[in-house]
Design a protein around this ligand. Structure first.
Ligand SMILES: [Zn+2]
Length: 369
């Protein structure tokens, strides 16, 4: 049995126990009755619909950790409110939003895991603290034609998300956000160091270890930054993040593939006043990319017109396709043939389930005859 009494932020047994609302109370009030019951996809094992009260989405947390993150919540609240009004926001506002999305995405992952009684036998190896601002991340923002208030999280119910909380969708009233964070998904195309291969050890002494080799950097920006093609968002912001060594198996260098302090290109391309190696924010437009150097620059919504407009269902379906795309970035390494077979089976199953959900969303949004 997995000991489920961990703090969602630091992973330690919670000190002077507190409860953390994964989706904060202010967001529940902003989007309807805080006591409402919602559905969160289905349990893939029992094929039964999962529903619960948003309010009951609470996880244990230390009092100190909870207090520390309360300031992020109060900072992000006016940012989300401004988004709903389609108001321009600064680069640093968007950086706060990306931090908060890391928190919510990992929080939902840990919460779902607790809520469902750990259906896929995963032992969390990281928590909000250890995953916030740690890997390449982006947010794509879509205005939607939705008159009713509401809050939905998409993609958090899948087997793929259980394995790695890399991408999810969040509908807040008339805005739909796609948030994604994973290993080196566009660092290379921002000119940052990236590995030629990422091999995942499935068994043996290095079980769970991601072996990254042959780092190189072009020091040039390539468009599009991200190779998975999304429907045109109104705002599409990407932030490359250089990873630091996480275990003794990693290379002895502090930064995988280079040190930003000694490289003029990386120094220019990273933020100051944060942990070293956090990239500046890049805005992807239809046919070009801008690196946003000034943190006070205001970012306005790009208008989406005519054939670029997509029904909400099609926007949501992208989350499931994106998860499948991200899975393919890793090459499995296994000593045992049996382990390798099981991995392949699981990959296929994840893909099938995501495909089925994605199709459902697309069909639900196509006009009926
Ligand atoms: Zn804690």
């Amino acid at each position: 049995m997995v000991d489920v009494k961990f703090c969602v932020f630091c992973g330690k047994p919670p000190e002077s126990k507190n409860k953390e609302h994964v989706l904060p109370q202010w967001l529940l009030r902003l989007t309807g009755d805080p006591n409402r019951v919602v559905s969160m996809g289905y349990n893939y094992k029992s094929r039964a619909e999962v529903s619960f009260r948003w309010k009951s989405l609470v996880t244990p947390a230390c009092e100190a950790c909870n207090t520390e993150y309360a300031s992020l919540e109060s900072e992000v609240r006016p940012i989300v409110e401004a988004l709903l009004e389609r108001e321009p926001l600064s680069v640093s506002n968007y950086c706060t939003l990306l931090d908060w999305l890391d928190k919510v995405r990992v929080g939902l992952w840990l919460n779902y895991h607790l809520l469902m009684g750990n259906p896929t036998g995963i032992n969390p190896s990281f928590y909000i603290n250890t995953r916030l601002r740690k890997k390449d991340r982006f947010v794509a923002i879509y205005p939607i034609q939705e008159k009713n208030a509401g809050l939905n999280a998409n993609g958090v119910e899948t087997l793929s998300f259980h394995g790695a909380p890399s991408a999810f969708g969040l509908r807040v009233n008339n805005i739909f956000l796609i948030n994604c964070s994973s290993d080196y998904i566009f660092s290379g195309r921002c000119g940052f160091p990236y590995p030629a291969s990422m091999k995942l050890h499935l068994d043996g002494e290095s079980l769970g270890y991601l072996q990254m080799e042959k780092f190189k950097a072009t020091r040039k920006i390539k468009t599009p930054l991200f190779s998975f093609q999304l429907h045109k968002p109104s705002v599409f912001l990407l932030q490359p993040i250089m990873q630091t060594a996480v275990s003794e198996i990693d290379q002895s260098s502090t930064f995988l593939g280079g040190d930003p302090a000694h490289d003029p290109y990386l120094l220019d391309s990273t933020m100051t006043g944060m942990q070293p190696g956090v990239g500046k924010i890049y805005r992807q437009f239809k046919d070009h990319v801008s690196r946003l150097d000034d943190e006070s620059t205001l970012i306005s919504f790009d208008t989406i017109t005519g054939s670029e407009c997509r029904p909400a269902g099609q926007l949501v379906s992208q989350v499931y396709e994106l998860q499948t795309f991200l899975q393919s970035g890793y090459t499995p390494l296994a000593e045992s043939l049996e382990v390798r077979k099981q991995w392949n089976q699981r990959q296929r199953l994840m893909k099938q389930l995501n495909r089925a959900i994605s199709k459902n969303y697309i069909n639900a949004s196509s006009p009926k005859h």
